[in-house]
Design a protein around this ligand. Structure first.
Ligand code: FOL
Length: 200
């Protein structure tokens, strides 16, 4: 059993993408993503598990995401994931990650289907379940043109998981680095770094 963390930037209506891309360009937020998913003790590294659409959305020059084990999930066994590892299911991806003793943390980095599938894993699942969400809440504008959404994990507590927002100090403690607190502004976009934990 392993605990998994979702990392996502989402609007108030849970919009995460538009036309196969992120709907915004937020360099400091992206730096936070890179740092949060990369930071691991000496001799370890983290795994990033993603769906095929998310893999394709990452600019060529940035993929595979450096210093992290990249695992792409696709039902198409002949999909060319380049230097990333290819697995046919979320369960297989988690199993591969767990087989590598060097892995410190496992992050689900998208997209909508993988967020939904991983959130649906019950705490009793033998592969593991999601017990943490690093949510960058996009406060404004609304980005009404979003065409992909993450599931409303805070609104759907029917799976025996209760979500609670952690204090800012707990975010920094878990990540091991300083994080900007409160509303941030970049390119006219307002957002906030949040961390949510599940208690099964
Ligand atoms: N979570 C958060 N908080 N913000 C995001 O933008 C985000 N994006 C994804 C998943 N979770 C997220 C999926 N999309 C890169 C590009 C798209 C992407 C994820 C990562 C990427 O190129 N990352 C590089 C950093 C590049 C840079 O510094 O500009 C990396 O090394 O992580």
């Amino acid at each position: 059993m392993s605990r998994l963390t979702i990392i996502v930037a989402a609007t108030k209506s849970n919009g995460i993408g538009q036309n196969g891309q992120l709907p915004w360009r937020l360099p400091k937020e992206m730096t936070y993503f890179a740092r949060a998913t990369s930071s691991a003790p000496a001799g370890h590294c983290n795994a990033v598990i993603m769906g095929r659409n998310t893999w394709e959305s990452i600019p060529n020059k940035f993929r595979p995401l450096k210093t992290r084990e990249n695992i792409v999930v696709s039902k198409n066994a002949s999909f060319d994931a380049g230097l990333a590892k290819l697995e046919g299911s979320l369960e297989a991806a988690i199993t591969r990650m767990k087989a590598n003793q060097q892995i410190f943390r496992g992050f689900i980095i998208g997209g909508a289907s993988l967020y939904a599938e991983s959130l649906a894993l019950p705490p009793s699942s033998p592969v593991g379940f999601v017990d943490r969400v690093l949510l960058t809440r996009i406060l404004s504008p609304a980005f009404d043109a979003c065409d992909v959404f993450m599931p409303d994990f805070l609104g759907s507590t029917s799976d025996g998981k209760e979500w609670r927002r952690e204090a800012h100090s707990a975010v920094e403690e878990w990540l091991g680095f300083k994080v900007a607190e409160g509303a941030q502004e970049e390119n006219g976009v307002e957002y906030e770094f949040q961390m949510w934990s599940a208690f099964p």
